[in-house]
Design a protein around this ligand. Sequence first.
Ligand SMILES: *Cc1c(COP(=O)(O)O)cnc(C)c1O
Length: 229
Amino acid sequence: MTDIASNIRSVKTALPPGVKLVAVSKAKSPAEILEAYNAGQRCFGENRVMELAGKKDVLPPDIEWHLIGHLQTNKVKYLVPFISMIESVDSFRLLKIIDNEASKVNRVISCLLQIHIAEEETKFGFTMDELYAMLENADLYKLRNVNICGVMGMATFTGNREQIRNEFRYLSKCFNDVRNTYFRDNENFKEISMGMSGDYEIAVEEGSTIVRIGSLIFGAPVKNNKQHT
Ligand SMILES: *Cc1c(COP(=O)(O)O)cnc(C)c1O
């Protein structure tokens, strides 16, 4: 068994049933992704649209791709024909553009609302004010080609485990509040994507349903792990 295959197996064993693993393959080669695929992994996360568009053409068509990085509106059209989920929706404007582009290819795209929970200002995501302004806008509920499935967030990059836990707990609370108020009758709104290699155990304890794990699977942390398109 290769390292990648055995890493996949140990991460999967550590996850409770019902928590989905997104293998974050940004900056990894198609050969490395194929190793994970051959170990049974089907869902992969990428943060750059053009890198993803290039890779998916040389990899098996049953891979489920998630976009996890900041998405520029002019790149949406490249993504909508094949993407399984856009986890990094961070503005109402972007959501409307995804809806419009998806309608042109006759697809309904699963989306998560990325919420800014970290203390760093550099991380993308809705502020609470932006989020509630969108949720209170009736236009949101007219979009037919996006399926809003829940929320996503990234904790602060810190060694302070209590702070990370508090940020994840806040995201869980936010998810529950939004679901109870705006998506009570929508069974699709059920996902909380939080947790990466360094903090996924805390995230799972705080209610994560999707974890996004890169370096624990593919080894050496990638140099550029900022969010980009
Ligand atoms: C890179 C990245 C991850 C994975 O990070 P690791 O620490 O390598 O597990 C998860 N989520 C997002 C949004 C990322 O950009």
